[in-house]
Design a protein around this ligand. Sequence first.
Ligand code: PEP
Ligand code: MG
Length: 301
Amino acid sequence: QGGEGVGLYRSEFLYLSQDTVPTEEDHYNAYREVVQAMNGRPVVIRTLDLGADKMDKFSTTGTDANERNPFLGCRSIRLCLQNLPLFKVQLRAILRASTAGPVQIMFPLISNIMELRQSRMILGDVMEDLEEQGIPYRENIPVGIMVEVPSVAIQAKTFCHEVDFMSIGTNDLIQYTVAVDRGNERIASLYSGAHPAVISLIQGVVRAADKAQVDVSLCGEMASAPEYTMLLVGLGLRSLSITPPALPEVKQIIRAVSIDQCRRVARKAATFDSDREVANYLRDQLGKAIPGVFDGRSIGY
Ligand code: PEP
Ligand code: MG
């Protein structure tokens, strides 16, 4: 579909699709396969994001189906930092696969700078182990975080000093900003990327990253929704991680509009008070830029 890399490789599928706990070789084989298939294009491998909406069935991972607030609980990087053997097996496999092509490591659900530092320290330990064992890996492998929690978006400038790249995970960022469970249909109308607070957080992250010259991309579903393309480009994003079927349409929009046009849309979008007004405006602007774009389909925000 014309993608230029893999912006978000969701590694936890290894734990959700197998009957046995994945071994280091299972991890390694899966990663090497995608890196080789991408043939020189970058592959961003996200470390395990288990828990909450991604529950595995193994007792050894540490996920707990009885947590009272699973989305605020011991999930994702928190789980990995409490289960170092699990984390280290994966990091070893990613590092080993990094000799096959341009791999990047991305930590999900970081909410606190200490989590990032601890994660990097463990990565350093794993690198030392590999060195001692004479196993090759790419020493300068880029390390980044997902911006999925408002605390990190607000503190983006600080995080920029300690990462090679950031990727805004709006699926969770929206959920935590507006306090709406992303999977709860009863309150689905309250979950919107067009919420002015969400737009403001994205803008803050992009500005901080630009200033610090840290690569920033956006890998939530918003990146794949054509309604948001002009807004995201206007906010300064130049890298979007998109679900393959949506790639041609998003590319078509980007080719049809100018950066100035997108900047104007982003500036205007930031003046509205409600997600409804923003959503209507974005839809209207896209319809004007690409007549007929909405023919035959309904739009969801
Ligand atoms: C996100 O939260 O935006 C994201 C891309 O990750 P996931 O949907 O896997 O939680
Ligand atoms: Mg997420």
